[in-house]
Design a protein around this ligand. Sequence first.
Ligand code: F3S
Length: 397
Amino acid sequence: MQLTQEETQMLSGDQGRAVQKAMQILVALGNIYGAERMIPVMSVQIAGVSYDNLGEAGLQFLSEMADGGGAARVPTTLNPAGMDLENWQALGIPPEFAAKQLQVIEAFASMKVATTCTCTPYLIGNLPGRGDHLAWSESSAVCYANSVLGACTNREGGPSALAASLTGRTPEYGLHLEKNRQPAITVQVNSPLHENSDFGALGKAIGEKIQSARLVPYIRGVPSATLENLKSFCASLATFGGAAIFHMEGITPEAGMFRPGQAEISIAQQELDLARASLNDAQPENVDFISLGCPHLTIDEIARIAQILEGRQVNKEFWITTARPIKRLADQLGYTRIIELAGAKFATDTCCVVAPIRGRFKSMATDSAKACYYASAKNKFNTVFLPFDEVVELALK
Ligand code: F3S
């Protein structure tokens, strides 16, 4: 790779041990993927924050980078942690886990990383513009940034995202290059979509068809989609198809730049029904855990929960997962009070997938296809997959 003088200094250790290690990681990545140079990044989002995923080895790596003098050079936020950082006791998180999780957060804080833990950084001010180069790692956020915002990011691992933060650089390959953003397959959708769960089912149906070839899909036949629909779709498409970018005709910013892919597939109602059915392996009456907020909820979604719950009582453990700044807004707007009076809990900074709750519940209800996948694969829960309002109503039964 061609490195600038400053990048060469970083690699030689002139700017400290952590920066040297970071540049070593980036150069190794660049060499693997044939990058010719480094490019500056506007922002970074780091996954691998939950101690449940990181373990002792991950914590040690972060501590070494912090001790080595690492400091974020560009705005950097974190993916969800393994617990609500302020209210972990209410979620039944063990104190030993909490102590380790707080050490992880302290290590990031000492590297000047904003310890806002969310998979929707684009809702809390980390909002890139079209053509901006980023180093983000959460798969749903990467898909959202590339596709909905028209920014450019590969799906980084935790260490490479941290390395990008400490150097302000990333190797130029993959989705930083226009040629790799071109659609290769056209997907015609022949079914109406209304709910987030419809978009989640669509992401699963398309994802499973394109997964093996990792083709960039160009999607037709979706007349409109809200921000919430698209965040749900991104999470599902990334989970089931490994996709980091798609184009949606008339909706996403780069769709008009490219010709639709030559190969074509279609998605009919029956395939969406099959996708939905495959995410339901529990009976609603057996559900003992409800979770909404995968990806993290918008303030409008929280408002809707408050509207349904007002003056009523939930009968199940019900987690509402969102970013801390969105929770603060919910506090100010009075939604938190209504929701907590109804007996539901905010699980801020975290989510039902990265919290250490494996085996704690039998069956979970959600409107998120991604959450269903990980609830089953990671936490060994059965799942009920329903539209948003029906999930909230189930909590009341
Ligand atoms: Fe976010 Fe957790 Fe879902 S990180 S996308 S809420 S699995």
